[in-house]
Design a protein around this ligand. Sequence first.
Ligand code: ADP
Ligand code: MG
Length: 347
Amino acid sequence: MTDDVPALELRSLTLRYGEVVALDAIDLVAPQGSFTVLLGPSGCGKSTVLRAIAGLERPASGDVIVEGRRVNDLEPQARDVAMVFQNYALYPHMTVRENIAFPLRMRRVPRADIRRRVEEAARLLAIEPLLDRKPRHLSGGQRQRVAIGRAIVRDARIFLFDEPLSNLDARLRGEMRREIARLHRRLGKAVVYVTHDQVEALTLGEKIVVLRGGRIEQTGTPEDVYLRPATPFVATFLGAPPMNILEGRIESGRFLGSGVELPVEVPDCPRVELGFRPDRSRLGGEDGRGRVELVENLGSDRYVHVDLGGPTIVVRLAPGESPRIGETVPFSVDRDVIHLFGDGRRI
Ligand SMILES: Nc1ncnc2c1ncn2[C@@H]1O[C@H](COP(=O)(O)OP(=O)(O)O)[C@@H](O)[C@H]1O
Ligand SMILES: [Mg+2]
């Protein structure tokens, strides 16, 4: 297959569960060897997209195209797509080797090939010493690796991962994240990876698709979605602490709202939302002032929550700054990294 045919395309994919519109006109192009992350809150349709690609759900309209070929009418087994499920279940009575071999046995792959491919997958995932163990003698991270092994042992064209790390603790998640990135480079296959975790999305994704309520809010590189969010939803979903959003208006080149006043270079507008990240604002200056509500220590950084008499914003503290609760403080915002939204879209 030539390089310019995408590994996967979704064209205006719409899918309903009874009355519920789970996916509404989803478009996606995943080039060969690419890593695409679907990011969004619980219930936004992430798993449904994967299930539609794998053939486990049938779209109401739209197309699923794998390497240039429409596969809507193909059974899951005929699609050349491998999936790691969120709640992976290993067969408890089988060894690791048998678990990984299972999809190949189902496909009646010759024994010698099974052996070779299982060992290859085990080597990629560094679980060779575990091949003869039963799942109950494995740690959570090791079980997760076996589940991934069971997916990659097939020579699929596309790999789908549904929140594969959500059952692991934070430290192990970081480790597995790096391992999945490495695995992707070595497999050289297109991956579509689902998560609700913005850190996972930003660190793994070459392309990030932000979903909300079955619709795409924004598709872009990690830089695009973080630095130039298309909507207030994307702006606040990526980044921690989340971006501050204030309602107001634009009048003669100034944003006015919640006692905040800032020069901006956009035309007058009666209703806008101003966004700025906590780490792009500081105490001091004269963009606005408010009452200190809380100081939050996140280890590497400390943040102060400032009540503007309605909305509350979060501002990063400089080393040594220790505002008192209840004190009124001035703050200012980096002018070159403010975000303005009108009608819910980036201006
Ligand atoms: N089998 C189903 N029957 C009915 N509704 C479903 C089913 N599966 C998912 N949904 C609904 O479809 C929407 C998307 O679900 P899902 O794709 O699982 O979201 P996510 O994976 O992003 O958490 C949700 O509103 C969910 O309740
Ligand atoms: Mg899900």
